[in-house]
Design a protein around this ligand. Structure first.
Ligand code: 5AD
Ligand code: SF4
Length: 454
């Protein structure tokens, strides 16, 4: 029996917009869970909102500029409903703290990534006519006991956060300042969430963290009893038809043991996102990445030796401080050498307070950054097409996610390598089923195929 308890929400409607990475998407699902427990109702319709929250990203300046623009647009909702509460949560809240309240008077709440349990209290403070602010970072908070409310899920793939924060201190990156110190979540709660997802029909789980390879859970004696490879084995054992993925890995921590575990389990997907950031050892050193180009290529060779069919994807930054044409050429040649399946590619954006902001000059012009980024993007397009062409004629097991965007007569789903495949629908096949598909054609972003009759 559920025991009724006093809640503060009283059916007020909560609307949340989420920007930035998958971690933020997961955090939004945690906030909604906390607020629903307090009697608030989630809405997708901003016009009926009593509370608007924006879960923000600070990784590059343009991410923050977008949010400032969005805040201006909220003024009209506030004019229409005087009692409306507007809150900024997440990385930008953590970075700017009180300054947000000073710069933008429509903001009532500022909450950093470790203060979401406090959200009902912050709303009450705003309701009482004040401002609600909590930007304390924690060394322990993992929200391990909270069951996220899955919001924009396709019912097939779910993300499970296994750790928070980062201590790597890459010199360009604001994340250690906005998300705090690295901490791992209790593996029991991770497994419980994975099992619940499976029982609810999910067939793919992505374990999430800023640097999942450094996941470690210690027992009461302070000894590491579960590391990341062990955690992967435990989650893979939940069910043989539950796929397991992870993001993101730091190359410096990608161990042989993890590669072994991936290779040994059919349901661990053969895809690794391994951000290189640059192909130049000199740049990697200035970026404080703690590996060289050769070392990175050594890791790629180890992955390929154990799993020749493993997809490798990456993140790249163009125009970091002091980057020369030679450094940039090293990035292009690294891309060719690895042959990435796909990549996230960015222009360097100087972030306040980072090591780069304190010690380095942002000395590559905007124009030159754009030129280098365009070269990187063009090359990646070629590599992606080449990679997709290599798949034509091969057969893959595809986990179906639903109908394709273009047509009800077609299904779409992903290969273990995380490539999207579109193929003709067939009786009895739908979201959450596996299908064997032979690839007949491709574009740069999609594979096209047909079902293999068994
Ligand atoms: N400028 C540009 N890109 C950045 N990233 C992180 N910080 C910056 C920055 N200041 C990129 C990195 C990281 C990804 C999440 O965002 O490539 O892997
Ligand atoms: Fe930022 Fe580096 Fe940590 Fe990634 S590993 S979040 S790039 S500091």
């Amino acid at each position: 029996m559920k025991i009724a308890r006093a809640t503060t929400g009283g059916g007020e409607k909560l609307y949340i917009e989420t920007y930035g990475c998958q971690m933020n998407v997961g955090d939004t699902e945690i906030i909604v869970s906390i607020m629903q427990d307090e009697g608030y109702e989630y809405t997708r319709n901003i016009d009926e909102a009593d509370i608007i929250l924006v879960n923000t990203c600070s990784i590059r300046d343009n991410a923050e500029q977008r949010i400032w623009g969005r805040l201006k647009e909220f003024q009209r909702y506030k004019r229409a409903k005087r009692s409306l509460v507007v809150g900024i949560v997440g990385c930008m809240a953590e970075r700017l703290k009180e300054q947000l309240l000073e710069k933008e008077p429509i903001v009532d709440i500022v909450a950093g990534p470790d203060s979401y349990r406090d959200m009902p209290k912050l709303v009450q403070a705003a309701r009482a006519g004040g401002k609600g602010i909590n930007v304390a970072l924690s060394q322990e908070e993992t929200y391990g006991d909270i069951r996220p409310v899955r919001l924009d899920s396709n019912g097939v793939s779910a993300f499970i956060s296994i750790m928070r924060g980062c201590i790597n201190m890459c010199s360009y990156c604001v994340v250690p300042y906005t998300r705090g110190i690295e901490r791992s979540r209790n593996p029991e709660t991770i497994l419980r969430e994975a099992r619940e997802c499976y029982e609810a029909g999910y067939r793919e789980i992505t374990l999430l963290g800023q640097n999942v390879n450094s996941y470690r859970w210690k027992n009461e004696q302070g000894e590491v009893c579960v590391d990341f490879p062990r955690l992967m084995e435990m989650v893979a054992a939940v069910a043989p038809d539950l796929r397991v993925r992870f993001a993101t890995s730091h190359p410096k921590d990608l161990s042989d043991r993890l590669i072994e575990v991936m290779a040994a389990h059919d349901n661990i997907c053969k895809a690794i996102h391994l951000p290189a950031q640059s192909g130049s050892t000199r740049m990697l050193q200035i970026m404080n990445r703690k590996y060289t180009r050769e070392w990175y290529l050594g890791r790629i060779a180890a992955i390929r030796a154990a799993m020749p069919d493993c997809a490798i994807t990456t993140d790249l930054i163009a125009g970091f401080c002091t980057e020369t044409l030679e450094d940039h050429a090293d990035t292009l040649s690294l891309m060719r050498e690895v042959g990435y399946e796909s990549a996230f590619m960015f222009k360097f954006s100087m972030r306040p307070n980072t090591y780069a902001a304190r010690h380095l000059a942002d000395d590559v012009s905007e124009e030159e950054k754009t030129r280098r980024l365009t070269e990187i993007i063009n090359l990646q397009n070629e590599l992606s097409i080449e990679s997709n062409r290599r798949d034509v004629g091969k057969t893959f097991e595809v986990l179906i996610e639903g109908h394709s965007k273009r047509s009800e007569a077609q299904l779409c789903g992903r290969t273990s390598q995380n490539k999207m495949v579109v193929f003709d629908a067939a009786e009895g096949l739908g979201a959450g089923n596996y299908a064997k598909v032979v690839i007949t054609d491709c574009s740069s972003a999609t594979l096209f195929g047909k079902l293999v009759k068994e």
